[in-house]
Design a protein around this ligand. Structure first.
Ligand code: PLP
Length: 394
């Protein structure tokens, strides 16, 4: 038989899934592995999709999505993030932020174009960029800077082939956030070197200390930024597969072609759910954010006290403790914690080389589960005879 695509065959399966699958084979596991809300989608959102089904909305929508939903997204972007988009030409409703990223890279990249990827990074970025013909240039965020991005580090990585910078703050996996002034430093580079920016803002609603700043609101950025966002995290809708892009018409037009041929449209019933989620966001999002903040406050302090130095993440729902002092690699640590204590975390190197020496633990699980995880981690850490750190190191 003829061989399959070299590029796809050489891709590594996601390091997150490997641990998730391993944990599935074991009993009594406390899973801090997979990054998804533990809330069920609010009832009125589910009901809106039922109603759409009953009313017979079973056909394709417009390729770019239901116009009512695009209008609502435009209102949301304006009211919540202070940036205006034309719903008829600058918005596309996608099947999750995942597909939004895919169409963004396919529309932007020519073979050999380089994309600066802020690392440690969400596992899909590298493979999606490479499938679109691009080359990944990782730039590590430094732990000693609370995993914020450094302007000099980015500038050093820029070459003549650099086409775009991919940002994700709040970050998966570190939970780091960047304020407007810090982001403006990166924006200056985008202007100076005439770069596109893909800003993955999927965790925008989940900011606990400082208000979120959308990259598109920074000087000169609206027309060189593709904002990627979605319903999975803020609205507890991971299984619905609903996201969107906001970008100037010049690139939206091209992304829409990829979307049209590859996906046709996001599922129509799901789009009705998304519409209801946005319309009623004030009823649901603040209480979920409050709950994540409480869990963050408990979990980060408890990890530090258990001997795992952890910076305080300003957003998302991940802790990214250092495990360097244990003498284990990230994979060894995660595997032993799972086998010996039945706690599932993800090795940091699943998010790029710069994640080595760390693990990712999601705190989007109940407080009781988090407390149980901490008891087990405390027991596990005893063997390493580490100094108990009372404070986070950032
Ligand atoms: N971007 C980041 C940073 C993520 O963490 C995730 C999911 O974990 C996604 C995108 C994909 O989200 P969606 O469920 O909307 O495809």
């Amino acid at each position: 038989m003829k061989s399959l695509s070299n590029q796809v065959v050489s891709m590594k399966p996601s390091g997150i899934r490997r641990f998730f699958d391993l944990a599935q084979t074991m009993d009594n596991v406390v899973s801090l592995g997979v990054g998804e809300p533990d809330f069920i989608t609010p009832w009125n959102v589910r009901e809106a999709s039922y109603a759409a089904l009953e009313e017979g909305y079973t056909a394709y929508s417009a390729n770019a999505g239901l116009i009512e939903l695009r209008e609502e997204i435009a209102t949301y972007m304006k009211e919540r993030f202070l940036v205006e988009y034309d719903p008829t030409s600058e918005l596309i409703v996608t099947t999750g932020a995942s597909q939004a990223l895919d169409i963004a890279f396919r529309a932007l990249l020519n073979p050999g174009d380089e994309v600066i990827v802020v690392e440690p990074a969400f596992v899909s970025y590298g493979p999606l960029i490479e499938l679109a013909g691009g080359t990944v240039v990782p730039v590590a965020c430094r732990p000693e800077k609370g995993f914020r991005l450094d302007r000099e580090d980015v500038e050093q990585a820029i070459t003549e082939r650099t086409k775009a910078i991919l940002l994700c703050f709040p970050s998966n996996p570190t939970g780091a956030t960047m304020n407007g002034d810090e982001l403006a430093q990166i924006a200056e580079l985008a202007t100076k070197y005439d770069l596109w920016v893909v800003s993955d803002e999927i965790y925008a609603e989940l900011c606990y200390d400082e208000p979120f700043v959308s990259f598109a609101t920074l000087h000169d950025m609206r027309d060189r930024t593709i904002v990627v966002n979605g319903f999975s995290k803020a609205f507890a809708m991971t299984g619905w597969r609903l996201g969107f892009t906001c970008a100037p018409e010049i690139v939206t037009r091209e992304m829409l072609k990829v979307h049209q041929y590859g996906m046709m449209c996001a599922p129509t019933l799901v789009q009705f759910g998304g519409l209801e989620a946005l319309r009623t966001r004030d009823q649901h999002v603040p209480s979920m954010v409050k709950s994540y903040r409480q869990r963050r406050n408990y979990f980060i302090q408890a990890l530090n006290e258990a001997g795992l130095p952890t910076h305080v993440p300003g957003g998302a729902f991940y802790a990214f403790p250092s495990i360097r002092h244990t003498g284990l690699t990230s994979e060894e640590f995660a595997e032993r914690l799972l086998v010996e204590e039945r706690v599932a975390v993800v090795p940091g190197n699943a998010f790029g080389e710069s994640g080595e020496g760390f693990v990712r633990a999601s705190y989007a699980t109940s407080l009781e589960q988090l407390q149980e995880a901490i008891l087990r981690i405390q027991r596990f850490m005893k063997q390493f005879e580490v100094t108990v750190l009372k404070d986070s190191h950032s």
